[in-house]
Design a protein around this ligand. Structure first.
Ligand SMILES: O=C(O)CCC(=O)C(=O)O
Ligand SMILES: [Fe+2]
Length: 262
């Protein structure tokens, strides 16, 4: 389903701050939400979510936690904290839910404050409340190793609809994915975005791939925000450096109330 949106990435600079007292009640929150720019752009870019020293410390924390990474798809990719979609696709959803509290504890132990910062970013982008989704794992980290399958071939072309309830999906209620790049590969590794939104089928139609598209680039410590219903794919990347990113999914459950998970 093509959309009338511009094939562009909107850069939010300065980055959105916490919802301020000025945003209510005189001015309707709905008019101030950066997230609504996703109706007109393929993605939002938020520079400098983490300052360089914070970014470097987070990467060091991810590396130090290597013994506690979760391997997915036979070691094609890893995570710190569990991701819902990888467990669903591998028939391991029970492990995901059974380990949710421990997953959050692992992320917090190695990357103190990361989950909070990711939720604060969702709050700033939405002007709303960003709460943990009960029973799910909170924000976590993806590690795509240099030279592995995603590096060589790119990721799977997909929508981020797997974690959304049927209720949410049927109404196309707002849902976003926020990815903060902690460690950029030597080159490339951006996110390809198509002018294609979820049309009720998990797998894109063949013709979707010929729709117009763009590759959004990441900056170290910066984020891309996409509509979870938009078709996207991690691009291949060369070199010896792993691609390490922090991810949170968020769904607007009630007006101004968002649930977050990984
Ligand atoms: O790392 C990225 O750029 C996007 C990752 C992604 O598509 C996902 O986590 O669903
Ligand atoms: Fe995705």
């Amino acid at each position: 389903m093509p959309t009338a949106r511009r094939a562009s990435v909107l850069r939010l600079d300065p980055p959105p701050g916490p919802p301020s007292a000025a945003s209510s009640p005189a001015s309707p929150r709905a008019m101030l939400r950066p997230v609504d720019a996703l109706d007109h752009h393929f993605a939002l870019e938020v520079p400098r979510v983490f300052a360089e020293a914070e970014r470097a410390a987070l990467v060091a924390g991810v590396r130090a936690a290597q013994a506690e990474w979760t391997a997915d798809f036979g070691g094609e990719q890893f995570s710190l904290g569990r991701a819902f979609y990888t467990h669903l696709e591998q028939g391991r959803s029970r492990v995901y839910f059974a380990d949710a509290a421990a997953s959050d504890a692992r992320v917090e132990r190695h990357l103190p404050g990361l989950q909070r910062r990711m939720r604060e970013l969702v709050a700033a982008l939405t002007g709303g409340l960003a709460q943990p989704r009960r029973g799910f794992c909170g924000p976590g980290v993806h590690i795509f190793p240099a030279g592995e399958k995603v590096a060589r071939e790119g990721g799977v072309v997909h929508f981020d609809t797997e974690g959304l309830s049927d209720y949410h999906l049927a109404r196309r209620l707002r849902a976003i994915t926020v990815v903060v790049m902690l460690e950029l590969p030597d080159a490339d590794g951006g996110l390809k975005l198509w002018d294609v939104l979820y049309d009720g089928r998990d797998d894109p139609r063949d013709e979707a791939l010929s729709a117009r598209s763009l590759v959004a680039g990441y900056s170290p410590g910066g984020a891309l925000v996409i509509d979870s219903y938009r078709l996207h794919q991690i691009q291949p990347f060369p070199g010896d450096r792993d691609r390490i990113s922090a991810t949170v999914h968020a769904a607007e459950i009630d007006s101004g109330r968002w649930e977050t998970w990984f």
